[in-house]
Write a protein that binds this ligand. Structure first.
Ligand SMILES: Nc1nc2c(c(=O)[nH]1)N[C@H]1C(S)=C(S)[C@@H](COP(=O)(O)OP(=O)(O)OC[C@H]3O[C@@H](n4cnc5c(N)ncnc54)[C@H](O)[C@@H]3O)O[C@H]1N2
Ligand code: MOO
Length: 407
């Protein structure tokens, strides 16, 4: 396709989100993964608690018996955890009971062991117990279904699969639930200059940092990294890498999209990927479209090669697309914070400046500001400060919108 539309960030984001629908739901073992959401409601099969049970280690009693405490009751049995008493408590009797054990028939309250003449802990079953404090009916008893009744909708489609949600599903009788899966994402770093991290660098070569940066961000955004590939600028090598990558839900490439003579991503995909300019800095050149992989039309974002551009593009476009595929809301959480220092910005493009966030405000994480190559100081940033396109200078005290990238 021919270039070269100039778009706002919002226009580009809309086009990115239109590339794909949310992934179809799958049946999965109940397991916490807050990056995924439920695809169907979950209804209680069991009540919670499943039976009337004791909230204390002590003695199950009839409250009428102990109204005139102190009094002595005959101890006629024991209810250890995981058992249920078959006895029905008669007047003048008590049954020793542990926290969580079912309340025996006939009992309506529990006296904690501390309110008796018995020692707490691992003790033989006594023949009798002196109860030293009266308990009203219901005291220290957790009623069947008082949290959730059978048939209640406990979790709703769209709820995140948090640890507490998984615990809720298990407690109401479910081993499986319907979720939208984590999108499987292929990461391809392109560039003839790239060598593996730690390898010696020859003339013109640099270590590939985008592969690590982008795959880490994919995980942070709730995607599953299917593979991380590094290819040179030979079209055939790029085509083969994509052809052998297997089944994925999204492909992210870095590099090879601007105006150079060897822009492999642009050369290979330009029939099906649109290349545009977005009015932002860094991250101006962007590609988006689909690529045929493993018999499927896979959405593809072609991000620029400069590492800070990769970071910003990933936060603004890959993150929402991964969220959209996963059936989650795509909005970014932002905060309004004052700038602690001033800096000049290029007019006409919205600037995203890596900033350190302090209790008093934000300041650029590095003297290079939003320099798109300053990868070795990007880790000092806690967020991206957004400078509107019509601002050419930020002054100390100006309040900026800030994307918290530690979130
Ligand atoms: N004549 C023009 N030149 C450039 C323009 C333009 O509009 N006209 N745009 C500039 C902007 S803005 C950007 S951003 C870059 C984007 O370039 P590419 O996406 O084609 O990326 P490359 O040229 O392949 O690389 C750019 C830069 O990033 C380094 N890089 C690439 N991959 C990695 C990696 N995996 N790990 C670490 N560093 C990487 C690469 O060595 C280059 O320094 O184009 C500008 N030029
Ligand atoms: O927009 Mo480029 O991304 O300046 O570095």
């Amino acid at each position: 396709m021919e270039e070269e539309t100039v778009r706002t960030v919002e226009e580009h984001l809309s086009a990115v989100l239109a590339l794909a629908d949310p992934l179809p739901p799958v049946t999965a073992t109940v397991h916490p993964d807050p990056a995924t959401v439920l695809a169907a409601d979950v209804v209680a099969r069991y009540p919670v608690p499943p039976f009337d049970n004791s909230a204390m280690d002590g003695f199950a009693v009839r409250s009428d018996d102990v109204g005139s405490a102190p009094c002595v009751l005959a101890v006629v049995g024991d209810v250890p955890a995981g058992t249920a008493s078959t006895q029905t408590l008669q007047p003048g009797q008590a049954i020793r009971i542990m926290t969580g054990s079912p309340l025996p028939a006939g009992a309506d309250a529990v006296v904690p062991v501390e309110h008796t003449d018995q020692l707490p802990g691992d003790q033989p079953l006594p023949a009798q117990v002196e109860v030293r404090a009266a308990v009203p009916a219901g005291r220290h008893v957790r009623r069947r279904g008082e949290d959730i009744e059978v048939g209640a909708k406990v979790l709703a489609a769209g709820d995140p699969a948090t640890p507490a949600a998984a615990a809720a599903a298990a407690s109401i009788g479910h081993a499986q639930w319907q979720v939208r899966p984590r999108p499987r994402v292929l990461v391809v770093a392109t560039g003839a200059e790239l060598v593996a991290p730690g390898d010696p660098i020859g003339p013109g070569q640099i270590p590939d940092s985008n592969g690590l940066l982008l795959s880490g961000l994919v995980t942070q955004f709730g995607g599953e990294v299917a593979a991380v590939l590094r290819v040179g600028d030979e079209p055939q090598e790029f085509i083969e890498a994509l052809a052998t990558a297997g089944s994925v839900d999204l492909a992210l490439t870095t590099g090879g999209v601007s105006a150079g003579a060897f822009e492999v991503v642009r050369q290979v995909t330009s029939g099906s990927v649109e290349f545009v300019k977005v009015a932002m800095q860094p991250g101006k050149p962007q590609g988006l479209g689909h690529w045929g992989m493993a018999g499927r039309r896979v959405p593809l974002l072609a991000l620029p090669g400069n590492p800070v551009s990769v970071f910003v593009s990933a936060w603004l476009f890959a993150r929402p697309l991964i969220a959209h595929l996963a059936g989650r809301p795509a909005q970014l959480a932002t905060r309004q914070l004052p700038a602690l220092d001033g800096w000049r910005t290029p007019p006409g493009r919205r600037q995203y400046v890596p900033v350190a966030i302090t209790p008093d405000g934000v300041r650029p994480a590095h003297a290079l500001g939003s320099g798109s190559h300053a990868i070795a100081s990007l880790h000092l940033a806690d967020g991206l400060a957004v400078v509107p396109a019509d601002v050419d200078e930020v002054h100390a005290g100006d309040v900026l919108e800030v994307i918290d990238t530690n979130a």
